[in-house]
Design a binder for this molecule. Structure first.
Ligand code: ADP
Ligand code: MG
Length: 625
């Protein structure tokens, strides 16, 4: 019996999410069913988990299931489960507010592009609201497991600004979500259509999804199970088709697209477990957002009982794009997250997951060039984090990385370290790279000139993670990795002699430049790196690359000021002009310009852009003021 009905506004964010969801999903309407079934399935999982300690919660209704019913005349569609249910407070918290911190990120990450935005829904915990894509009114009746019938709740909303809430008798445990279908969406009140959608999206939900049998085109009294209702991962591989694997991925990952690849393994022996892990074809949202907290996407089961999403415990950060299921036979059902974090069995399972995923990526690299290319594009940069994060697998990960190179095809990142090593020149014992903040900046870097002249290949790195990675990654296959802007160059004896002579001859010039530049530089010296450009910066071994220092400063971080070392090319006409310029003011302008152009090509920020422009104009006009 309904007592008092109370009306409340949605939280502002909910109202906004509702508008966006209903707006951006209209070409993927049908996924509302997947979302509601997934919630019903979660509710059954939660009850089964709670009932481990409190079996009485199940009462005489221990068979957990999901029922889908429709009424063409009344234009309703109902998704009902006998899972955990919700109390009044839980309904308010779960359906009226967005507690999850993901919501704001969701709102921010909407691109306005329908296909992309639709992928985001569900991943952010806004799945329930997709009901309003097809319904102009949604009624939820719920009773928490363990609560009395009189403590049931009715929640109702037209999905605009408000919802109503009333205490009402609810006969059985669990939740019914009743959709009052929009005129245009009556098609969903159809037995065939619904069966079809369930098989498409929810076949491997591990609980029976039931519908009434059809008799003479009408629903009869008896129920039948319309999904496979088995845990896909628990079946032998030989009995699973590719389409089933793909469909399971879609229900698991809330992704519309097929996965790129998957790996399914059963481990027997002293410790038994099953892993089914997928690599998506496109970055999931949390990867795009760079979100490192609240990682989701790998579900831990213990003997088929869903325990929790344990992505953080089961996979390292650099494999955070992986989605899947781990089912362990030997863990106690009452594990907590704290226990998982220090559990040896989990550590072993994690190591096995890492191995399987790396095996899978290696397999792609060897056997499927197209897929591997897709992988590198989507996750290559994420994988690089593994070089730092997972030293025990460093060699394996390094072999899977691909870079652009001075001998590659433009900005295409398709040169492996093994390719590089295979092309090394006789006597070369260093893998050279340059870092910058874009392909153009890397490829155009003056530091490359001497390498180009000698035909030595240089890897071009221009992702933010690269600089961080190479900070720890100093050796591969017995070869040193070195930045072309740092340290000694690979000069043979003849080159060395030439270099020394050039330095000697340029001593007065270097002295003059040091005086002109004063405390703007820590040192000036003759470069062995340059052939065409007049100047460049050289870095000491521990110095932060100038473009990175700039990025960090822009991000509000404290970066110690370090004065640059300027290298010059005494053969360059501009450098010669500084040498011959007798007018001190003009000579100073030119010296500063040598420094500033070196800073610009290195991606550093100019400390005084206006002064630079004035100097440049004076130099162009040949004036002093
Ligand atoms: P998500 O499932 O990602 O958390 P949803 O928008 O789909 O986000 O659902 C919001 C919340 O509402 C769920 O987390 C759950 O707590 C609650 N909920 C939704 N449907 C049910 C249901 N059938 N039974 C119990 N709780 C539910
Ligand atoms: Mg959901």
């Amino acid at each position: 019996m309904s007592t008092t009905t109370e009306t409340r506004p949605f939280e502002a964010e909910v109202a906004q999410v509702l508008r966006l969801v209903t707006h951006s999903l209209y070409s993927h309407k049908e996924i509302f069913l997947r979302e509601l079934v997934s919630n019903a399935s979660d509710a059954c999982d939660k009850l089964r988990f709670e009932a481990i300690g409190k079996p009485e919660l199940l009462g005489d209704d221990a068979e957990l299931h999901i029922d889908i019913a429709f009424d063409k005349d009344a234009k309703t569609l109902t998704v009902r489960d006998n899972g955990i249910g919700m109390s009044r407070d839980e309904i308010v918290a779960n359906l009226g507010s967005i507690a999850s911190s993901g919501t704001r990120k969701f709102l921010e990450s909407l691109s306005g592009e329908q296909q992309a935005d639709a992928r985001l829904i569900g991943q952010f915990g806004v799945g329930f609201y997709s009901a309003f894509v097809v319904a102009d009114k949604v009624t939820v009746l719920s009773r928490r497991a363990g609560a009395d019938a009189k403590d049931g709740v009715r929640w109702e909303s037209d999905g605009k600004g408000e919802y109503s809430l009333a205490v009402e008798d609810v006969a059985a445990r669990g939740t019914s979500v009743i959709l009052h279908l929009k005129e245009d969406d009556i098609e969903f009140a159809d037995g065939w259509k619904l069966r079809d959608l369930i098989r498409k999206y929810s076949d491997h939900v591990a609980f029976p999804i039931r519908m009434r049998k059809q008799k003479d085109g009408k629903p009869a009294d008896e129920w039948e199970t319309v999904n496979d209702a088995s845990a896909l991962w628990a079946k032998p591989k030989s009995e699973i088709t590719d389409d089933e694997y793909k469909a399971f991925y879609k229900s698991l990952g809330h992704d519309f697209n097929d996965p790129l690849a998957w790996t399914h393994n059963r481990v027997e022996g002293s410790q038994r477990f099953t892993t089914l892990l997928y690599v998506p074809a496109q970055p999931p949202f949390d990867l795009l957002m760079g979100a490192r907290d609240e990682r989701r996407g790998v579900r831990l089961y213990i003997k088929r009982v869903f325990i929790m999403d344990a992505a953080e415990e089961l996979l390292p950060n650099y494999l955070r794009f992986v989605r899947g299921v781990v089912d362990a036979d030997d863990l106690p059902l009452n594990v907590s997250r704290e226990i998982l974090q220090h559990n040896r069995q989990i550590e072993r399972i994690k190591a096995s997951c890492v191995k399987r995923v790396l095996d899978l990526i290696e397999h792609l690299a060897k056997n499927d060039a197209d897929k591997f290319k897709t992988f590198c594009k989507a996750f290559g940069n994420t994988l690089k984090e593994g070089i730092v994060e997972d030293p025990s697998n460093r060699e394996r990960i390094a072999r899977l990385l691909r870079f652009a190179s001075t001998q590659g095809e433009g900005a295409e990142q398709n040169v492996s370290l093994d390719d590089y090593v295979g092309r090394m020149q006789p006597g070369q014992d260093t893998i050279w790279y340059v870092t910058a903040d874009s392909y153009r900046a890397a490829a155009g870097s003056p530091q490359l000139e001497a390498f180009k002249a000698k035909g030595i290949e240089v890897l071009l790195m221009f992702d933010r993670v690269d600089e961080w990675m190479v900070g720890q990654f100093t050796e591969y296959a017995g070869k040193q990795l070195k930045n072309v802007a740092k340290g000694e160059l690979p000069l043979d004896a003849a080159d060395k002699l030439k270099q020394e002579e050039a330095a000697k001859a340029a001593e007065p010039l270097v002295k003059k430049l040091k005086e002109l530049l004063g405390d703007r530089v820590s040192d000036v010296r003759v470069s062995a790196r340059l052939t065409d450009s007049p100047s460049c910066l050289a870095l000491s071994d521990y110095e932060l690359a100038p473009h990175l220092a700039r990025l960090l400063r822009e991000a509000g971080q404290d970066v110690p000021d370090s004065k640059p070392t300027l290298e010059i090319n005494p053969a360059h006409a501009l450098v010669k002009r500084v040498e011959s310029e007798a007018d001190e003011t003009k000579a100073k302008d030119l010296a500063m310009l040598l420094l500033e152009q070196a800073e610009i090509t290195a991606g550093a920020a100019l400390s005084d852009p206006a002064a630079f422009v004035q100097r440049m104009n004076r130099a162009l006009l040949g004036t002093r003021t």
